[in-house]
Write a protein of this length. Structure first.
Length: 253
């Protein structure tokens, strides 16, 4: 068996001869890293950026008033926590996880969210994690539910139970193709139902709904309204990314 020092030298030699490829930009990534140093630094900057505690959208500084939700937050939720805004490298990594079967990238991003102070703070208080469900047809086609992957990674690391409390009763059109907020709301109206077996376990518990991306908040609001029927003690949400509903990268309100 090789000792630690020779193993380390071998690893360095392999990295030099066969460098890894960054999952975002496809440049060299050393040391077995998933991301190159530049993309990793950009992701860290996204995670550290100021955000509204109520809606997750970016703020100019800590404690600044939110120009997006005006302090009202997202309907049915006390807090919305996100890793970053829906821009590269986060955007590319989510697309790879969601549409190209690279689900371990969703676990990587869940780990990065948990490494933030606000992530640790919220999950310390959380008693149940609920992933936003896919319709059974889409789930079978994709092979997995990215929201479930994220929730299970967070739950596994924090010792929080996962409950599939919701079911998707309508196979809705993907929200990505709908730009108008009214169309997004109509698309998910009546899309979710609460499983009977989940009502009692959710009652008086601190519950967090988990999804990958929030744009108009229509999906979260529709799911949150259903979860509120179980009368949890509190309801918050965790998403990997917040996308600008006006598709301007938050440059203009």
């Amino acid at each position: 068996m090789l000792k630690a020092a020779p193993l380390k030298l071998l690893r360095h030699a392999l990295d030099f001869c066969y460098p890894g490829i960054c999952a975002c930009c496809e440049h060299d990534a050393v040391g077995g890293a998933v991301l190159c140093r530049e993309c990793d630094a950009h992701l860290s900057d996204q995670a550290a950026a100021c955000a509204c505690e109520r809606c997750g959208k970016p703020l100019a500084s800590v404690g600044a008033p939110c120009p997006y939700c005006l302090g009202k937050g997202i309907p049915h939720f006390e807090k919305v926590l996100r890793l970053g805004v829906f821009e590269d490298p986060l955007k590319h990594l989510i697309h790879q996880a969601k549409y190209h079967r690279r689900w371990p990238l969703a676990e990587l991003l869940a780990d990065r969210l948990l490494d933030t102070e606000r992530g640790k703070g919220l999950l310390t208080e959380t008693q149940i994690l609920v992933p936003v469900p896919l319709h059974i047809r889409r789930h079978l086609l994709r092979g997995y539910n990215q929201a479930d992957v994220i929730a299970r990674r967070l739950g596994g690391r924090c010792g929080i139970p996962i409950m599939n409390a919701l079911r998707r009763v309508r196979n809705t059109e993907t929200q990505t193709h709908l730009r108008a907020h009214e169309k997004r709301l109509a698309n998910v109206r009546g899309a979710f139902a609460l499983r009977r077996r989940a009502v009692q376990p959710l009652r008086d518990k601190h519950v967090v709904l988990v999804d990958d991306v929030m744009t108009s908040s229509a999906t979260l609001s529709a799911a949150g309204w259903i979860l509120k029927q179980a009368k949890p003690a509190s309801l918050c949400a965790i998403v990997l990314a917040i996308a600008d509903p006006k598709h301007r990268s938050f440059e203009a309100i």
